[in-house]
Design a protein around this ligand. Structure first.
Ligand code: GAR
Length: 206
């Protein structure tokens, strides 16, 4: 059976949506571990409540290189069976940049959620970027992680309309609802091996 590892830093609502969907639907994957880089991430409590193992690997004050830190994450993932062959990793509000070595090791096995319609508004504060730009639509994107900032091959996107009176907060709320739908769906597609990657293009089956 394939093993899922989820990396979080905070609230963990995407993690929760993924874990609950796996519980309710039959998928060929089991949640193996939730790893946080901060000990006070709210998502840790949710994961425990849902019966999933948790680990904290504190990044604040860590003295080594980015790769040194990532090696600690990889060791933990492997301890729970989330291997490059058998594992899927979801970044779910994990507020750290992942080293190229980590990405290479788990090539096309690491998923990321971005709260905008990539390639628009990559990087931080994507919802604010969309509002400030005056965009009429935004949304969210699940993509494979690659070496760039939010540049990996796109798996699923969902669109949200921006109204005149939307603020960063109201837009973020609307986008989050969509995130909770498409992130579990992307995990299902990958777990069921329904994703084919052609360069930066992806074809999915149902
Ligand atoms: C989500 O909105 C996600 O799209 C965003 O952080 C939030 C995490 O919420 N991720 C990024 O901005 C990554 N660049 P959650 O902890 O409740 O899932």
């Amino acid at each position: 059976m394939q093993k899922l590892g989820i990396l979080i830093s905070g609230r963990g609502s995407n993690m929760e949506a993924i874990l609950k969907t796996i519980k309710n639907k039959k998928m060929p994957i089991v949640p193996a571990v939730v790893i946080s880089n901060t000990s006070n991430a709210r998502g840790l409590k949710i994961a425990k409540k849902l019966g999933v193992q948790t680990e904290v690997i504190t990044s604040k004050g860590f003295n080594g290189s980015r790769w040194d830190y990532d090696k600690k994450i990889i060791t933990s993932l492997q301890k729970y069976g989330v291997t490059p062959k058998n594992g899927i990793i979801c970044l779910a509000g994990f507020m750290r940049i992942i080293s190229p070595q980590f990405i290479r090791k788990y090539r096309n096995r690491i998923l990321n959620m971005h709260p905008a319609l990539l390639p628009a508004f990559p990087g931080l504060n994507a919802q604010k970027q969309a509002i400030d730009y005056g965009a009429k639509y935004s949304g969210c994107t699940v993509h494979f992680l690659d070496d760039g900032v939010d540049t990996g091959p796109i798996i699923i996107q969902s669109i949200v309309k921006i109204h005149n009176d939307d603020t960063e907060e109201t837009l973020a709320r609307k986008i989050l609802k969509q995130e909770h739908k498409i992130y579990p769906e992307a995990v299902r597609l990958l777990a069921e091996k329904k994703i084919r990657v052609y360069g930066r293009k992806i074809k999915t089956a149902n």
